[in-house]
Design a protein around this ligand. Structure first.
Ligand code: FES
Ligand SMILES: [Fe+2]
Length: 345
């Protein structure tokens, strides 16, 4: 049954978005990632750091500890750990016990996102992080509208399913995405790229309040990409290029979706919009964020409803798939292969 593998529902040799850059500060941030409590903070020189979030002494949550310089002090009995996770102080004795080290996770900060590596540290290689700068994140000439992270009570694979089949937009987002009713009728094409797999829909959207706000000088409808591009499995880019009906480029608007499993039945969801047109238009940014505030709860509600249904069933359901699921099914196979390859390693 989906999610693929009950023992190991996710790949571990993998980068994930741990937090937006703005969330990581000189305060300790606690976040569960792949079922493991983690703490995130910046050292005094500004470098993001990720350590295990459970004190090895008596399991106190270190998110409730304090920062002393670059070190984390547990506020229960004062065990103190440096930024590499080594225990450097036990107040009641002169030496530190063996095995009192905290796990240290490699991190990389890029394009307004802090990535965490959950696999063997010596296998971490930042080249496998999706190129968020090319998608417009914190890139010159682009505006970014970043929504607060939300945690969905549903397995992460349901969020991947949701994003890889945008035909759902015509139904659950019919009242929140202008032009959404057209999306399900646009034929989809699969594009197998280097390191990604995309379901591409390019459709004509009649003029609507959103296109008029985005491109006030443009009369008529637009030709718009509704791509769903999978970057295994931590990030999906949707949206894409927008042109006039005559094919003249108007700009690009991407939606960046970061997908980070919290537990086997919940997922952290990071959404940002990037655009390379009208970048200094605060009304457009405010409108994007407000629209996101209306769209996102619709996806969250659908995913949570499916999760609740799956958990209530005594046996795994037999699914019936349709043509629109082709991309999502390919992605499932890819993800299953990725997890299986780790099992063999
Ligand atoms: S639980 Fe952390 S020092 Fe005791
Ligand atoms: Fe959606």
């Amino acid at each position: 049954m989906y999610p693929l593998n009950q023992k190991q529902p996710w790949p571990r040799q993998q980068w994930w978005i741990a937090a937006w850059s703005g969330e990581v500060s000189r305060e300790l941030l606690g976040r569960t990632i792949l079922g493991e409590p983690v703490i995130l903070y910046r050292t005094e020189d500004g470098t993001p750091t990720a350590l295990a979030g459970v004190c090895p002494h008596r399991s106190y949550p270190l998110a409730q500890g304090t920062l002393v310089g670059d070190a984390v002090q547990c506020t229960y009995h004062g065990f103190t750990f440096d930024a590499a996770g080594a225990c450097v102080r036990v107040p009641s004795q002169a030496s530190v016990p063996d095995r009192s080290r905290l796990r240290h996770y490699p991190t990389v900060e890029r394009g307004g996102t802090v990535w965490i590596w959950t696999g063997d540290p010596d296998r971490s290689d930042a080249v496998t992080i999706p190129d968020v700068l090319a998608m417009g994140m914190a890139a010159p000439g682009w505006a970014n509208d970043i929504s607060p992270m939300v945690t969905i009570r549903g397995r992460y694979t349901l969020l991947i399913d949701n994003l890889m089949d945008l035909s759902h937009a015509s139904f659950i987002h019919a009242d929140t995405i202008p032009g959404a009713d057209y999306i399900a009728t646009i034929p989809a094409e699969l594009v197998d790229g280097a390191g990604s797999l995309a379901v591409r829909r390019v459709g004509r959207i009649p003029p609507n309040p959103l296109t008029r706000k985005q491109f006030p000088l443009q009369n008529g409808g637009v030709e718009q990409h509704f791509d769903a591009e999978y970057h295994a499995p931590a990030l999906i880019r949707t949206g894409g290029d927008i042109r006039t009906e005559a094919g003249e480029p108007l700009g690009t608007q991407n939606f960046i979706h970061g997908i980070t499993p919290e537990t086997a039945h919940s997922v952290h969801y990071f959404v940002a919009t990037t655009r390379d047109f009208a970048i200094a238009d605060p009304a457009l940014s405010a409108g994007n964020l407000a629209m996101g505030d209306r769209i996102q709860p619709q996806d969250v509600a659908a995913i949570e409803a499916v999760e609740a249904m799956l958990r209530s069933l005594a046996a795994a359901p037999t699914e019936v798939s349709c043509r629109a699921d082709t991309g999502a099914l390919k992605v499932r196979h890819r993800l299953a292969r990725q997890i299986a390859s780790e099992d063999m390693a």
